[in-house]
Design a protein around this ligand. Structure first.
Ligand SMILES: C[S@@+](CC[C@H](N)C(=O)[O-])C[C@H]1O[C@@H](n2cnc3c(N)ncnc32)[C@H](O)[C@@H]1O
Length: 302
């Protein structure tokens, strides 16, 4: 039977199978065996390359790569249980990491803060200013929502994961301590159906999503839902959503975490934004079409 399946493989898949089993991929194979048991195993950039290359070759030959997402309830379950399912990593560790973001060491923190500032500038350049209403899709533990509420916005953070939302809600008390003028609340809701929040349609000045749209089971439906939440003339901001290359680079992580890690094709993204009722679309990055740099897009609802 195995032989029949094997013989039905295309030459490319057979080549991938041969390569993945070859001595050339020995290092990648061994690293993957260890990494599959230990989420936080220290890996150099080269290790990650070997490891990722090995899994991609093997899964391509087994028709698993590129990933296909066919089962919505399984996809939702995996995203919800992400914090509980990382190999060799406790829920308590996940909680601390989630709740202390973006202060994950100076290097990461510098990147996150720069990206937060970029989003903040996008809001201001769109003319969306405190105390106007924002909704974040895929907010994690809500660090950006908390910052924007501290700046005076009225922010609703949403995520598919009730665990994350419970952790995020602790930030509401932190905001109260600062006596900030903004408002902050959190709700567990998948972005595909975020427009079903009672009374939410047509009430937001801006909806933003940072490094999360690519996790959605159905990103097209999520864009449509975001459009329904916005007032006429309201803005959707896509912040640091990955390009095509991410599907390859983050495949190892997606196999470990069982979550969606895909990159977007520019043409598909822009087509879908137009179809979702966004007439004015400004692609801030990448400036020219490539498969590498992440997307920063402002889209205004007509
Ligand atoms: C990479 S994290 C980014 C979180 C957050 N934006 C941050 O900066 O910390 C991706 C987030 O998307 C959420 N997510 C995944 N699928 C989702 C869906 N279908 N609807 C809403 N949130 C989703 C996850 O629970 C997680 O919070």
């Amino acid at each position: 039977m195995t032989e029949i399946v094997q013989s039905k493989k295309s030459p490319m898949r057979r080549l991938a199978r041969t390569l993945s089993a070859s001595p050339l991929m020995k290092r990648g194979r061994e690293l993957w065996e260890q990494n599959a048991l230990q989420w936080e195993m220290p890996l150099t950039k080269w290790d990650k390359l070997w490891c990722g290359g090995y899994i991609i070759l093997k899964d391509y030959s087994d028709h698993i790569f590129p990933p296909k997402f066919e089962d919505q309830s399984k996809a939702y379950e995996n995203e919800i249980n992400y914090t509980k399912s990382l190999p060799g990593y406790s829920v308590e560790q996940a909680r601390v990491a989630c709740s202390t973001k973006p202060l994950w060491g100076a290097k990461n923190s510098t990147r996150y803060m720069a990206q937060f500032n970029q989003l903040y500038r996008m809001l201001e350049s769109a003319g969306v200013r405190p105390p106007q209403k924002l909704l974040e899709m895929g907010c994690g533990c809500g660090w950006m929502a908390e910052f924007l509420a501290t700046a005076g916005y009225s922010v609703v953070g949403t995520s598919i994961s009730p665990i994350e939302i419970n952790w995020a809600k602790e930030k509401v008390a932190a905001l109260a301590c600062k006596q900030a003028k903004g408002q902050l609340s959190f709700l567990a809701e998948p972005m595909e159906s975020v427009d079903n929040i009672p009374g939410a349609r047509g009430t937001f000045d801006a909806v933003y999503v940072y490094e999360a749209l690519h996790h959605a089971y159905d990103w097209r439906k999520s864009l449509q839902a975001s459009s329904k939440l916005l007032k006429k003339g309201g803005w959707l901001l896509l912040a640091n959503e990955p390009n095509v290359l991410h599907t390859f680079i983050s495949y190892r992580v997606s196999r470990l975490s069982k979550t969606h890690e895909i990159g977007f094709h520019r043409k598909e993204l822009l087509q879908e934004l137009k179809a979702s009722g966004f007439d004015r679309i400004d692609v801030l990055a990448p400036k020219w079409n490539n498969w590498i740099r992440a997307f920063w897009i402002m889209a205004q609802k007509s």
